[in-house]
Write a new protein. Structure first.
Length: 194
């Protein structure tokens, strides 16, 4: 049986990414999606601070064996996806691997929108995360102080999509399943970063 062309492309990109180190100011971590390697700018101070504050809020709410973390690649080779969410909530046991984490293990993914590449979070990841089986996807946008929570994976023309969507503004408390995030603690980007 022949390997579909997109899987062959992904396999080559993945092998290349293993030995590629992006130059500064790019993050040392790359993503792969839609047959492309995506280099991201290293997170700015407020981007990282927002992720850290969300991780710190989630951790005490999670039951034993479930963790919130700001590190870890998720990979679904069959869909040609290697992603690195800003905050992940998942079983700790899913992290006990030498390779990337299966996205099917995630309970939630949070992305902090980057000023340089917002379409990655609003379009590409919104398209791919339900296909990867991630039950909750929260987009946090420090550019304008808004958030959007997507959940309830359904199907549209045979393609997995999020069927529920609720927008929020910084200052709101966002319920994600049995947990919550107080967005009043999240920093906004400065005017220069927008």
């Amino acid at each position: 049986m022949a390997t579909p062309p997109q899987q062959e492309i992904y396999k080559h990109l993945r092998a290349f990414a293993e030995h590629f180190t992006p130059p500064p100011p790019f993050s040392p971590h790359v993503e792969i999606s839609d047959g492309q390697i995506i280099m991201m700018m290293s997170p700015a101070g407020r981007h990282g601070l927002a992720a850290l504050r969300i991780e710190r809020q989630l951790q005490p709410q999670l039951p034993d064996g479930i963790v919130a973390t700001t590190s870890g690649d998720i990979e679904e080779a069959g869909l040609g996806q290697l992603r690195r969410p800003d905050v992940l909530a998942l079983p700790e046991a899913a992290m006990d691997t030498d390779s990337a984490i299966s996205p099917r293990a995630l309970l939630a993914a949070v992305e902090i929108v980057s000023p340089s590449n917002p379409e990655n979070d609003y379009e590409s990841k919104l398209h791919h995360y339900p296909r990867l089986g991630i039950p909750h996807y929260l987009i946090v946008d420090p550019r304008d102080g808004t958030c959007v929570h997507h959940w309830a994976i359904g199907s549209r023309e045979g393609i997995p999509v999020y069927e529920a969507r609720v927008p929020y503004v910084f200052g709101d408390k966002i319920p994600i399943g049995e947990w919550g995030i107080d967005t009043g603690e999240l920093p906004r980007y400065s005017q220069d970063a927008r």
